[in-house]
Ligand binder design. Structure first.
Ligand code: ARG
Length: 458
């Protein structure tokens, strides 16, 4: 049990208490950030004349050797230390002696952990952003490929009007694009450096907080030391953004699961991205999509957990805040995995064009357009609505789609029908006539795709 605070105590910590208190098992994730923060801190201490050049050089050398040995596996991060901060400091002192004891001047573990967590989350925001960009590129490729893949658009999961697969996927493009914008906002808002906040009330040493903030790529130091050590808003915002990303992935997963069912057969999953059953040889299960849908709950859990941890905390630091880490690390890793795997699944999925098109035809998704046809021939819309209602009934009886009826069958329902009805209710016509901004018509879609390309190239 290597502890940083023996002086005031006359008794050893109870073993269970020690274990209960310790966080090394999970905050070892912050090792690289802890080293980065310590390097910046010691450089600043030296620049301000708080430690000597010689001390600073020894500290730097020591920290870098620890970094190297942990990276190579030569030095293990073990649970004989309470947390990652104690691990680094103890090993530093072990390696360089006296100067190592000066590193913590003007610093507390409270601002140290606040900094480490910020550095970590900031890095992860960018990594995730890159993964979502890959997903957007995959979606855009599919959108270009499927401008004329017709399919039913649904409301209430009932076939409503025809759209294209390009248009359907385009809806997800919008969602994931907004997710990236959210990440960018969070990055900007969180990019302030808490180092130098001390335990809660700053410090009497002449620290140069702007220097360290600058050195680590922050916009500026945080402006209130109590807030500096106790703010976890940015983690909550990030978890909320992760939850939204997962919610989007989960909706998409649900659709893939439905489309992959025997009844729909809109898609075929690649063998590499699905699994079979140990007993039922005919099965090809959409496990990736199901797991993504399932793991969404887990990411929401981390968000609710941190909101709940924070809600009753008086200023400034409280040990409760140590509980911010496991859920956050898990939510980040989970979301990254899900985005990555989902992208891979989309890159290999096969869309059954014919089945989708047939489904749109058999679902009377062109019924609105058939009514519009009659209106264009001079019939009032209310009457047209009723005529098409009868027409649909006839089709159901005969198990045919509208365009499969002969002209004389059509004329039995209304004499207004002419040969040009077939052209008017073809899926292609129905979709291509929808050319306003945001509509599924090819022309409108091509314009949007051009805009997306510019956005991704930026
Ligand atoms: N392991 C602690 C955490 O994650 C580090 C800060 C400890 N500070 C303290 N005063 N005990 O929050």
């Amino acid at each position: 049990m290597a502890q940083l605070w023996g002086g005031r105590f006359t008794k050893e910590t109870d073993k269970l208490v020690y274990q209960f208190n310790a966080s090394i098992e999970f905050d070892k994730t912050l090792f690289y950030q802890d080293i980065e923060g310590s390097l910046a801190h010691s450089a600043m201490l030296c620049k301000q004349g708080i430690i000597t050049d010689t001390d600073k050089e020894a500290i730097e050398k020591g920290l870098k050797s620890i970094l190297k040995d942990v990276s190579s596996g030569e030095l293990q991060i073990t649970d004989e230390y309470e947390d990652i901060h104690s691990f680094v400091e103890a090993n530093l002192i072990k390696r360089i002696g006296e100067p190592g004891k000066k590193l913590h001047t003007g610093r507390s573990r409270n601002d140290q952990v606040a900094l480490d967590m910020r550095l970590f989350v900031r890095k992860e925001v960018l990594l995730l952003d890159g993964l979502i960009k890959d997903l957007l590129e995959t979606l855009l490729n599919l959108m270009e490929e499927h401008l004329e893949t017709y399919m039913p658009g649904f409301t209430h999961l009932q076939k409503a009007q025809p759209v294209t697969l390009s248009h359907h996927l385009g809806a997800y493009f919008e969602m994931f694009k907004r997710d990236r914008l959210r990440l960018r906002d969070i990055y900007k808002r969180m990019n302030y450096c808490p180092l130098g906040s001390g335990a809660l009330a700053g410090t009497t040493y002449p620290l140069d907080r702007e220097y360290t903030a600058n050195k680590m790529g922050f916009i500026a130091p945080t402006l209130n030391s109590m807030d500096g050590v106790s703010d976890r808003d940015y983690v909550i915002e990030f978890l909320s953004a992760l939850s939204t990303i997962m919610m989007h992935l989960s909706r998409f997963s649900e659709e893939i699961i439905i489309w992959n069912s025997n009844e729909y057969s809109f898609v075929e999953l690649d063998d590499a991205f699905s699994t079979g059953s140990s007993i039922m040889p005919q099965k090809k299960n959409p496990d990736i999509a199901e797991l993504v849908r399932g793991k969404t709950g887990r990411v929401y859990g981390s968000l609710f957990s941190l909101l709940t941890i924070m809600k009753g905390l008086p200023l400034a630091y409280n040990k409760d805040m140590q509980e911010d880490k496991e859920g956050t690390f898990d939510a980040i890793a989970t979301t990254k995995d899900c985005v990555l795997l989902f992208t891979g699944m989309l890159q290999t999925i096969k869309f059954n064009k014919q089945v989708m098109e047939k489904s749109a035809m058999m679902g009377f998704t062109n019924a609105t357009d058939a009514a519009d046809y009659l209106v264009n021939k001079g019939m009032a819309f209310r009457d047209a609505h009723s005529v098409i209602g009868q027409l649909v009934l006839t089709c159901i009886e005969k198990q045919k789609s509208i365009e499969e009826l002969t002209l004389s069958e059509l004329k039995e329902i209304s004499v207004v029908f002419e040969e040009d009805i077939y052209q008017a209710v073809s899926l292609k016509t129905c979709v291509e006539r929808r050319t306003t901004i945001g509509a599924p018509g090819k022309e409108a879609m091509e314009m949007v795709i051009r805009m997306h390309k510019e956005y991704l190239a930026d």
